[in-house]
Ligand binder design. Sequence first.
Ligand code: IPE
Ligand code: IPE
Ligand code: MG
Length: 249
Amino acid sequence: MSFLNQLFKKEKLNIDLGQLPNHVAIIMDGNGRWAKKRGLPRNVGHREGSNALRKIVEASSKLGIKHLTVYAFSTENWKRPKNEVDALMSLLLEYLKNAERELSGKNVRIRVIGNIKGLPEDIQKEVARVEKLTAVNSGLSLNMALNYGSRDEILQAIKGIAKEVENKTLCVENIDENTVARKLYTSEIPDPDLLIRTSGEKRISNFLLWQLAYTEFYYTDVLWPDFREKHLIEAVREYQSRHRRFGGI
Ligand code: IPE
Ligand code: IPE
Ligand code: MG
């Protein structure tokens, strides 16, 4: 891209492409309310939500964001009526099945974080297939949180560490932050720089509790099915106006 082109692009976006958040995490919320507002069943909202995800993956990849982590199904979402859980599972399956075709040539790597063994078998198989197939891709890393709960994640990390201590392969004195981080689903993923939650809710809902220690939070009233590239750019712009201190001055 020529210098002028770059300048034009920057001005149009009004963000600094050299200072992008390396890792953006999104709590994709508001599908149900989007549908309700239109007098439609909640599942239609979920379908629109998965279309919005496709667009945001594309936009993130185009902008040059390295990691995008999206909360697609929490360990608490099993509490929903069976028909809604089933609809969400079939949308996830469809998303994974189409991912390869849709993302071909886009160099996107897909990873799933969460308790994969607790998901239906067809999804487990698809996850393994897509992860393997895209493992060589070096562009955007799309991390999908499926059957993900942060307390569940931390708990299994603690158990893993306790086992190593029990087996005497680890000394208590040597346990540090890295020991814990390496046991999390996100062991190969850096901590998020920016967390976006749509739909106006201002809570974490058991998402990335350890990893969000110094993340910048951004809330918007836009419902997830309406969330587009321009909203992502708005969030990045706000992020770039923040002063991250990490406890310093
Ligand atoms: C987010 O939308 C999707 C999932 C949690 C799977 P919701 O379904 O939570 O939508 P609201 O919050 O009811 O509007
Ligand atoms: C968080 O949204 C989970 C996902 C977006 C997958 P919820 O809609 O489940 O969160 P709560 O129940 O409002 O906290
Ligand atoms: Mg919700």
